[in-house]
Design a protein around this ligand. Structure first.
Ligand code: FEO
Ligand code: CA
Ligand code: CA
Ligand code: CA
Length: 654
């Protein structure tokens, strides 16, 4: 199947970008292919012989052994087949509860969802479009309550031809954009916070909860860190450079040890029209893919989306945004110390010595993997005051060597190439142009870094690389080992141990390939799993991941429809005999990608996002290819959050 099998508006632009990736440098060291080995586990064992990570992992040892005796995988569900149809599928014995649909009430005064009759005021109070990342935060804060909590959900982008009647496809909808549709789409972006409760085995939204909240492209936000107040962030609407309206294209995310959400602004370039080439920011905007030909022609109606009129406005997007769902009146903060690029998401953990480390990837072909290390240390008693740790620290970028080591290179103004001679006058410049800084450090160009998560059981870090079919044979390196990588892979990083804990702040880790996706029956694809996978156990295009309480990995996909198969969820053990043997648990309705997998602390609920159902060629509001989840005449498909539970209760996958 070809890449353009589905005509998907933002994807179309994405694919055009992919033809011309915005990283022009040739600095990456493409190494001797012959020296590349698939598994470095043996070397790793030597490197970490005294690793306490192993000891942490041993906490689940007995269970693993018991399961291993029964078969290679510890996952106890009957796999669903590959398929492609209008429905949502989950393994037998499980129940999929539709929890929140686009247009559902979030705030008091929200109108009933009325297809074809949307209003901006109504959308501002309703659940937004294209749900992506989901964070589950227990109530009360700091508890492990698995039956009452807050869901934070991203609304990544809008599909106007699926939201409004009368447009044959995405191009027609873009051409038909008006001030009114623009206003609605601004409110359909951002995020939602809702209180949710499980009663009698059924999840529901708590109507009228004081926590329920919409964050949109019109929500006032603060800027934190070294870039706050910088001239390059000042616009006609904001002379301070410290107040931004809204967040954009928020894809994945994570959480902090103090109970806040980190959400990643991804493809912000799609929203800015005008001609940036004539401005002082021309080179900067080019590196980030602004071409003056946005998917969303909002700049015709709202000046800040016209980069000729407001050349600094794009510099106010592309950040990690921190949101405190427990405090609905607290403004979100753009944490600029974590750098500006097309963030998939960010996940923060406490390192061995108490410093906070946040992993974050730049999701474009040939872009980089980053981590941020705070200067100060986490104080469990300090609550939200810990968030200043995200304003004072060092951003690093990853350089993978073929010997199984990865080095984290600091992006610090004045060090190495990051000087005024190269156009960086301060740390703010380094952070605004993090991509160019990373180019100069000759970081490793990756196959589209998506989610990066830490297995809480083992302390190992998993980097999801969704695909890169533009990588040529002479661009293959150890960690991106396939040319024309249509299928994606997952890299496992092992931090060294310090005082019995994972030293996430260390500058040198070991790496291994966890799996290479694709169909193992076709040797030419070079797929590699931990052992034999079933007929439906193989997959392509991993995007987001989650870990269950046993430390097993649950992988959601974005792109498998290009191979004629629904996107969905596949799960695997991360160690033992079932390591990297994936099993198929969930399948999406046609046209959708699967996002946001997250477990409640007890492992008994898996929340997932079904994003852009029916986003296919020939599909539109009036004649969609699926009407999931309502299946009612006149009602278009609705991106929705689904809660998956085991019938009769119990841990998922056990
Ligand atoms: Fe929005 Fe990287 O997927
Ligand atoms: Ca997405
Ligand atoms: Ca994603
Ligand atoms: Ca994706």
């Amino acid at each position: 199947m070809t890449e353009d099998r589905h005509y998907r508006m933002p994807r179309v632009l994405k694919d055009e970008d992919d033809l011309h990736p915005s990283n022009p440098t040739s600095g990456a060291t493409f190494q001797d292919v012959a020296s590349i080995r698939f598994s470095r586990r043996a070397a790793l064992m030597g490197l970490l012989a005294t690793s306490a990570l192993t000891a942490v992992g041993a906490a689940v040892g007995p269970l693993r052994e018991a399961k291993a005796a029964a078969g290679p995988s510890s996952l106890q569900f009957a796999e669903i087949p590959h398929g492609y149809d209008a429905e949502f599928h989950v393994a037998e014995g499980y129940e999929a509860q539709i929890l929140l649909r686009w247009g559902d009430k979030v705030l008091a005064g929200a109108p009933e969802f009325a297809p074809g009759k949307l209003t901006a005021d109504g959308q501002a109070k309703q659940f937004g479009y294209n749900c992506d990342f989901i964070g589950y935060l227990p109530l009360p804060a700091g508890s492990d309550n698995s039956e009452n909590g807050l869901l934070f959900v991203n609304h990544e982008y809008t599909n106007p031809h699926m939201m409004f009647p009368g447009f044959s496809d995405a191009k027609a909808a873009a051409a038909g954009t008006t001030a009114e549709t623009t206003a609605i789409e601004l409110e359909a972006h951002g995020g939602s916070v809702v209180e949710v409760k499980k009663e009698g085995g059924a999840w529901k939204v708590v109507d009228g909860s004081k926590y329920n909240r919409r964050i949109t492209l019109n929500t006032e936000m603060e800027v934190g860190g070294p870039v706050a107040g910088h001239d390059r962030l000042k616009t006609s609407a904001d002379a301070t450079g410290k107040k931004v309206l809204g967040m954009i294209n928020n894809c994945a995310g994570g959480w902090t040890p103090w109970g806040t959400i980190l959400t990643g602004e991804e493809n912000f370039h799609q929203y800015f029209g005008g001609d940036p080439s004539g401005t002082a920011e021309a080179a900067n905007h080019k590196r980030y893919g602004l071409k003056g030909e946005p998917s969303y022609p909002w700049g015709k109606f709202v000046d800040r989306f016209d980069a000729t009129k407001e050349p600094n406005e794009p510099n106010r997007f592309g950040w990690i945004v921190e949101v405190n769902p427990y405090e609905p009146d607290q403004p979100p903060v753009k944490r600029t110390a974590l750098g500006r690029f097309k963030h998939e998401g960010a996940q923060a953990v406490v390192s061995a010595d108490g410093r906070v480390v946040a992993y974050t990837g730049d999701d474009e072909r040939f872009e980089y993997v980053y981590k941020y290390v705070s200067n100060g240390t986490f104080d469990p008693a300090a609550g939200f005051a810990n968030s200043t740790l995200l304003d004072d620290g060092v951003l690093h970028v990853a350089k993978f060597a073929d010997d199984g080591n990865v080095e984290w290179l600091p992006l610090v103004h004045g060090q190495g190439e990051l000087t005024e001679a190269n156009g960086f006058k301060s740390q703010a410049d380094v952070l605004i142009e993090a991509r160019r800084a990373a180019d100069l450090l000759k970081a490793t160009k990756m196959d589209r870094p998506e989610d990066i998560e830490v297995d809480p059981k083992s302390g190992k870090v998993y980097v999801v690389l969704t695909k890169n079919d533009k990588r040529k044979a002479d661009q293959v390196d150890g960690v991106n080992a396939r040319a024309d990588n249509k299928w994606g892979h997952i890299v496992e990083l092992t931090p060294p141990a310090k005082d019995g804990k994972a030293d996430h702040a260390a500058t040198k880790f070991a790496w291994d390939i966890f799996l290479q996706a694709g169909d193992p029956k076709d040797a030419a694809q070079g797929a590699k799993y931990g052992g034999e996978v079933s007929e439906s156990g193989w997959f392509a295009n991993p995007d987001n991941i989650a870990f269950d309480p046993k430390g097993r990995i649950w992988i959601s996909t974005d792109g498998f429809p290009d191979f004629g198969v629904h996107d969905g969820v596949w799960a695997a053990d991360t160690d033992g005999a079932g390591r990297a043997i994936t099993k198929h648990f969930v399948g999406c309705p046609r046209g959708a990608e699967m996002c946001g997998p997250v477990f409640t602390p007890d492992g008994q609920t898996l929340f997932v996002s079904v994003q852009h159902p029916g986003e296919e060629d020939e599909s539109n509001f009036d004649a969609p290819t699926t009407r999931w989840p309502d299946f009612a005449d006149g009602v278009p498909p609705r991106p929705s959050v689904v809660a998956i539970v085991k019938k009769g209760g119990g841990e998922i996958g056990s």
